[in-house]
Design a protein around this ligand. Structure first.
Ligand code: CTP
Length: 437
């Protein structure tokens, strides 16, 4: 194996504190009799020139004991120890390192022997998903920075391909069926031909039991959280992967259009409201369930253990949609309050899905709502309404709402207008014999 030293590249591309942490990790490993390697996504992204600060370290030796030594020497804290020999060490300054044990029978051999060292690392790397994710960098000081690439990951990075390490890879871990698509989409790589055949075969056989369903969901969330997931979803459809979400999903023109609408809408929204929090993956998920019956949607949400709140957002995005859109698509001019009423009860994700469904005038009205109407608030406070003699209760909420509608339509402008409006409203109620609270 040709040896390439990446120390210089690491020094140039990694933030100083990360580089030093890696150097120190290597020194501590050496001193305590371990071999330590940087592995996984960070190695891949370093070579690609993409930022990635998830530090994964694999050690030959007892991983947890090493994590404890590392924490002690560098003022960190060990968390999340598992029986698989993994632990997380967190350091001041928001740095964290995932430590794993290279799984092999190394326990029977002294870790210092180079042959044993590389065979257990090789085994560890061989269990991974793709060649580009199965490279490591040695951290012990003497050969700090040496790239260890047993399976040709470096070459595959250059060729821009996603290649599975062995033919059982997707059956060992079916979530990799989705990871392949995600990495291909993210880096604009191609899935290598044989790997694609393996995926297709695995798709026919793969089973997601209760235990793996959460991991499947996590993978879907990651795909739908990429910047432009449409291409990845298209690839998932091509590989028949959508059946794992629900067998009735058909990637037809209608669904493609809806998903493209979601992508476009989300790009617009993130651009317009960069600080506003919402859950983009949920919108893609909801869009993919669009062809299903309400009952199927519900069971799918439950199967993926979505929270009730998220389930509700998905269901709301379907109920009465046609009616709302019909109203919003009317050619005649609509008062702002009329637009507002169609949309005010919808969570943001549901609104964005609605926007993705539609074009022209309805879309413009939703944009108007998001940009302007939803930010408008009444000036008079609840406390001031109480002072006017109103009592808390349904009527109170109704008055506040009507007041807001009046403001949206420009019927009240100042706080004085508002007070006048409320007084008149109350007088009217009294005159018509209705109660005020
Ligand atoms: N891995 C794997 N099979 C999986 C998940 C992970 O073999 N199903 C391995 C890969 O070697 C991967 C590493 O574990 O590089 C770390 O996994 P993860 O953090 O999920 O992925 P990253 O490669 O770091 O990718 P990302 O940039 O999306 O975090």
């Amino acid at each position: 194996m040709k040896q390439e030293n990446l120390k210089q590249m690491m020094k140039e591309k990694l933030p100083g504190k990360v580089f030093h942490l890696l150097e120190n990790t290597g020194k501590i490993a050496e001193k305590e009799g371990y071999s330590a390697y940087l592995v996984g996504g960070m190695v891949r992204d370093l070579l690609l020139g993409v930022e990635n600060l998830d530090i994964d370290i694999t050690v030959e030796g007892e991983g947890i004991a090493f994590a404890e030594k590392l924490a002690k020497r560098l003022s960190g804290r060990v968390q999340g120890k598992t029986r698989f020999g993994t632990a997380v060490v967190t350091f001041p300054g928001r740095l964290k390192v995932d430590v794993a044990t290279a799984r092999s029978e190394y326990y029977e051999h002294p870790a210092a022997l180079p042959e044993v060292r590389s065979s257990s690392l090789r085994e560890d790397q061989f269990r991974r998903d793709f060649t580009i994710n199965a490279m490591s960098i040695r951290l012990n000081p003497e050969d700090f920075g040496i790239l260890i690439d047993f399976f040709g990951g470096r070459k595959d990075l250059e060729k821009r391909i996603i290649r599975a390490l062995h033919k059982g890879s997707f059956l060992d871990d079916p979530t990799r069926i989705f990871r392949a698509v995600r990495f291909a989409e993210r880096y604009r790589f191609k899935i290598e031909k044989r790997t694609e055949t393996l995926i297709k075969k695995a798709v026919k056989l793969a089973m997601f039991d209760e235990l793996t369903i959460e991991r499947l969901r996590d993978e879907l969330v990651l795909i739908f959280s990429e910047k432009k997931p449409l291409r990845a979803i298209e690839k998932m459809a091509e590989l028949h992967e959508l059946k794992f979400i629900h067998p009735r999903i058909r990637f037809n023109k209608g669904l493609k259009k809806l998903l493209a609408g979601v992508e476009e809408t989300l790009i617009w929204f993130k651009d317009s409201f960069p600080n506003e929090k919402m859950i983009p993956w949920l919108i893609y998920f909801a869009a993919l369930l669009d062809q299903l019956t309400p009952k199927e949607v519900k069971t799918t949400c439950r199967r993926f253990h979505l929270s009730r709140k998220n389930e509700e957002k998905i269901i709301k995005g379907r109920k009465g949609v046609a009616k709302r859109l019909k109203e919003l698509s009317k050619k005649e001019e609509l008062k702002p309050s009329r637009i507002y009423r169609q949309l005010e009860d919808l969570p943001l994700e549901t609104l964005l899905l609605l926007m993705a469904r539609t074009e022209k005038v309805a879309r413009e009205r939703i944009v108007f709502y998001l940009n302007e109407l939803r930010q408008i608030k009444s000036k008079v406070s609840g406390k001031e309404l109480l002072e006017l003699g109103l009592k808390p209760g349904p009527q109170f909420a109704r008055i506040l709402k009507n007041l807001l509608y009046a403001r949206l339509d420009g019927r009240v402008r100042t706080k004085r207008d508002e007070m006048k409006y409320v007084k008149k409203y109350l007088d009217n109620l009294t005159r018509t014999g209705q109660t005020v609270n």
